[in-house]
Write a protein that binds this ligand. Sequence first.
Ligand SMILES: NC(=O)CC[C@H](N)C(=O)O
Length: 331
Amino acid sequence: EKLPNITILATGGTIAGSGATSTTTVGYTAATVGVQQLINAVPELSKISNVTGEQVFQIASESMTNEHWLTLGKRVNTLLAQPNVDGIVITHGTDTLEETAYFLNLVVKSRKPVVLVGAMRPGTALSADGPINLYNAVLIAGSPEAVGKGVLVALGDQIHGARDVTKTNTSTPDSFKTPELGMLGYVQGPKAHFYHVSTRKHTVETEFDISNLSALPQVDIVYGYANMNPVALNAFIAAGAKGIVHAGTGDGSVAAKVKPDLAAARKNGTVIVRASRVGNGIVARNGEANDDELDFVVSDTLSAQKARILLMLGLTKTSNTKELQRMFYMY
Ligand SMILES: NC(=O)CC[C@H](N)C(=O)O
């Protein structure tokens, strides 16, 4: 039987991290180990695939930028266009893994599997989770069942969809979850078992094309809280933000002290997306604000950090708020 050809693109993170002792699970250094060493640590990979490693970046994922995303997205598209590449695994720090996954979910132009994988413990720790997570990710990337399901995330023997997965715990190994909307499946056997698919459009079904982009429009996030003031919002706008995601309290509510400045920002051309800091549930149009009158867009169920990504990509196509709202209900 012919084994699938999987390319592992390494970007850093804890999965490539090392600590001083086997009990060092905090205070270790992320992004120290190279891709070939990650592959060598899991000789079982050669039984399920022909793996090739490529070091794309070597960073902690909190330092991921729009430019990193464009570089990574273009590399993924180039590789997947080659007939001798069957799937891609991306090793990544966990702090922004869900953001990179959602970005790729919107810009990858292939039905071939793309699987992001990280670890909550560095490779030097007792019960390091990186090697089994990497094995699972390669297994998923080589599975016919994973084709056409959008960008996937593999941690803790689970398969998650890029749109809805999130890091839910600062440090425990079971941190990655898809609360409420549900993960897609498990790895067991060893085999990828799928039970759910996302109904939202992704990859080849999207209208986004990064092949000629060298930058993305500036979009920033302002966080809602009691006693909130508009200082951060106005600073982002003064710094040139083309879009603002308001991570509102509760159901996406906006403080009375902030609403006039948000409305003024929209009048001056900045696109405003109302999201919620809660992380679950729908932000309803014309619910906590009269979005029709204020010409705001709502995030639907997207977290603020993922709404930022969709708004950036949306703004590469249009600044029409009706069109942007359509995208938030589509992707
Ligand atoms: N568990 C992790 O991967 C976190 C390490 C680091 N902060 C990162 O996101 O790259």
